[in-house]
Ligand binder design. Structure first.
Ligand code: NAD
Ligand code: UDP
Length: 329
């Protein structure tokens, strides 16, 4: 059938077959790099549920076996501990490339790997960070962004921008079928508890009865998307006929103080707020324009922050306290 033999390496990507567009896809072989991570593991659940064979390639840098353990023993599931910086030869139909240290505390810790860990692709999970500290609001895909090339965030921002460049070069030069998603801040169950992102920080802090740490004046904005909405968008993008890039995010925009108050309403109205100095080059505002995804993918997010947050909170409760009754006590 139409299998693509793909060798990935930091030096190149070789494709020995081509996936015909519009082919009715059933029971595909799909690689998810970073599939033991937060977003990847939810994607794996959906792919397995629809009957695909899934190979997760992950080095467990930030991912966890627990995120995919429920598939162990399923003949349609394989887990390969492997660093995508090294070559690997796999025969597959599709690659979702998610492997990347995604949280600031992690990518600042290991900048070089962030730059080179995007060597495999079909569907590239890029980021809203390619817009940097945007001068256009909301951000449309045609906006080229405002990134500080020498700042503390640039290994991530420029890494993803370079990944987009390489993806398009492979497409133009080697006729590789590619898809590019620009993901905006996403939250949900299985997020790293202590990875420093704002939603996981606030939720964990409120549950542990610690003050919510608001950086700067808290007036900076982000738009928060629930993970199942993102996974639906990624799958539509992979299956559709458009390369992108596509913004995948929830246009609901919140200041960090507003987010803190949603967390208070959801978990603990008495949770205190503590102001901390902000990090360098923090984007002042961010909100996706999703017109393109609506029109070409027929996609838009369904779950608001107030609906999605409780679903994440119950997962965090269990992971922090061990069981729900103890947490409720
Ligand atoms: P995550 O850290 O939970 O997942 C990343 C996974 O990649 C982890 O399982 C990690 O172990 C693995 N990984 C990292 N480097 C690797 C390597 N060299 N080889 C093999 N595996 C490696 O992060 P996530 O939030 O699930 O993010 C998934 C993707 O989505 C990333 O590419 C990220 O940049 C992108 N993204 C996420 C968000 C968000 O808000 N979650 C926003 C924008 C973009
Ligand atoms: N932030 C905060 N408190 C925290 C962690 C982050 O106020 O405990 C702020 C941070 O300064 C930024 C926003 O929340 O303005 C989003 O940060 P995050 O790292 O979650 O995502 P990104 O900056 O990559 O959008």
């Amino acid at each position: 059938s139409h299998r693509a033999a793909i060798q990935t390496a930091s030096r190149g990507l070789y494709v020995g077959g081509k996936i015909p567009l519009g082919l009715k896809r059933k029971g595909l072989r799909v690689v998810v790099t970073g599939g033991a991570g937060f977003v990847g593991s939810h994607l794996v659940d959906r792919l397995i549920a629809r009957g695909d064979s899934v190979i997760v390639v992950d080095n467990f840098f930030t991912g966890r076996k627990e995120n995919v353990m429920h598939h162990f023993g399923n003949p349609n599931f394989e887990l390969v501990r492997h660093d995508v910086v090294e070559p690997i030869l796999l025969e597959v139909d599709q690659i979702y490339h998610l492997a990347c240290p995604a949280s600031p505390v992690h990518y600042k810790f290991n900048p070089v790997k962030t730059i080179i860990s995007f060597c495999i692709r079909f569907l590239l999970t890029s980021t809203s960070e390619v817009y940097g500290d945007p001068l256009q609001h909301p951000q449309v895909e045609t906006y080229w962004g405002n990134v500080n090339p020498i700042g503390v965030r640039s290994c991530y921002d420029e890494g993803k921008r370079t990944a987009e460049t390489l993806t398009m070069d492979y497409h133009r030069g080697a006729q590789v079928e590619v898809r590019i998603a620009r993901i905006f801040n996403t939250y949900g169950p299985r997020m790293c508890i202590d990875d420093g992102r704002v939603v996981s920080n606030f939720v964990a802090q409120a549950l542990r009865k610690e003050p919510l740490t608001v950086y700067g004046d808290g007036k900076q904005t982000r738009s928060f998307q629930y993970v199942s909405d993102l996974v639906e968008g990624l799958m539509r993008l992979m299956e559709g006929e458009h390369i992108g890039p596509f913004n995948l995010g929830n246009p609901g925009e919140f200041t960090m103080l507003e987010l803190a108050s949603v967390v208070q309403d959801t978990i603990d109205p008495n949770a205190k707020i503590e102001f901390r100095p902000n990090t360098e080059d923090d984007p002042h505002k961010r909100k996706p324009d999703i017109t393109r995804a609506k029109q070409l993918l027929g996609w838009e997010p369904k779950i608001s922050l107030r609906q999605g947050l409780p679903l994440m909170v119950s997962d965090f409760r269990q992971r922090i306290f061990g069981d729900q009754s103890e947490a409720a006590a």
